[in-house]
Design a protein around this ligand. Structure first.
Ligand code: DOR
Ligand code: ZN
Length: 339
């Protein structure tokens, strides 16, 4: 039995660090676990220009003084995004990628894209310059059931996009369904996906059985068990198309425990301990380094990190609170710890 695992330093390819006091509180958790992270731009107002991106990068760096951590900034696409601004931000090294939020799909997406046709000039330019498109893949149509919104997005939007822009690098973020797994596997090598710890650990029962549990609610919402198993199989498969992206999304406890609670699971403090438990349960510890530390940078065309982290078998007791935020696995004991 493997009791200790040393891997190249990992990265988080999808995280929400917020701004202001919340940034000051949560950034250290991500910086303690990961060398780099793709920082989501759904602030209020969103990060849309290279100037705003550079300023946000500075605020993140200032929030983790002395820590060896590189924030990778992402542009938030709107109906009015300018191809030149995106290309300039990318050329200046400010924008690593751009994020497509369908308008009103999730937290902070009110300024998102209402129709993908409106941003085709931006996407064509991104394809030309090799700038990845990160997608929140859910339709927002009121007639589509929330548990079906990811699968319907594949049919209504993603298939056409991959067909029309075959050169565009696409990351299908936080996938939750067997349909998404199958789509990504069958797509060309320039289409990949991130996978969160929560979608490996929980199905929709966690949210709804025995009472309504707001801390298990995120978007895309956890699906039924067959989907969780498909996503787990993809994560541990060793395929370079699947990599680590926590989607850690902190909300103060009173905004989750409310009549209309916010979507988002805060998993940053124990993300690696959470992920490795899954690889251990699946008998796939040998695939963990690829998922956590190699597939992401290889997809983005960035160097692998130097340095290592070691995880070992042993108890990690997850507290009920980290400040004003309830962490994923609150009150549980995980079977691995950072050495
Ligand atoms: O659960 C989520 N929370 N999903 C998202 O897409 C956004 C995120 C947030 O920003 O809170
Ligand atoms: Zn997210």
């Amino acid at each position: 039995m493997t009791d200790r695992l040393t891997i190249r330093r990992p990265d988080d390819w999808h995280v929400h660090l917020r701004d202001g006091a919340m940034l000051g509180h949560v950034a250290k958790y991500t910086a303690a676990q990961f060398a780099r992270a793709i920082i989501m731009p759904n602030l209020s107002p969103p990060v849309t220009t290279a100037k705003e991106g550079a300023a946000y990068r500075d605020r993140i760096r200032a929030a983790v003084p002395g820590m060896d951590f590189t924030p990778l900034i992402v542009a938030y696409l709107t109906d009015h995004s300018d191809p030149d601004e995106m290309a300039r931000g990318h050329a200046e090294g400010v924008f690593t990628a751009a994020k497509l939020y369908p308008a009103h799909a999730t937290t902070g997406s009110a300024h998102g894209v209402t129709d993908i046709a409106k941003i085709m000039p931006v996407l064509e330019r991104m394809a030309e310059i090799g700038m990845p498109l990160l997608i929140h893949g859910e339709v927002t149509d009121h007639d589509v059931d929330i548990f079906d919104r990811e699968a319907v997005f594949i049919d209504r939007t993603l298939k056409g996009l991959v067909r029309d822009l075959p050169e565009l690098k696409i990351v299908f973020e936080h996938i939750t369904t067997s349909e998404a797994v199958d789509f990504v596997k069958a797509a060309p090598a320039n289409v990949a996906a991130t996978i969160t710890p929560q979608h490996l650990h929980i199905n929709r029962n966690a949210m709804l059985v025995g009472g309504i549990r707001p801390h298990a609610y995120c978007l895309p919402v956890a699906k039924r068990e067959a989907h969780r198993l498909a996503v787990r199989a993809a994560a541990v498969s060793g395929s370079p198309k699947f990599f680590l992206g926590t989607d850690s999304a902190p909300h103060a406890v009173h905004t989750k425990e409310a009549a209309c609670g916010c979507a988002g699971i805060f998993n940053a403090p124990f993300a690696l301990e959470s992920y490795i438990a899954v690889f251990d349960e699946e008998g796939a510890l040998d695939k963990f380094e690829g998922f956590a530390s190699e597939h992401g940078p290889n997809f983005y065309g960035l160097p692998l990190n130097g340095g290592t982290v070691t995880l070992e078998r042993g108890e990690t007791v997850v507290p009920d609170r980290c400040g004003e935020v309830v962490p994923f696995h609150a009150g549980e004991t995980l079977g691995w710890r950072l050495a």
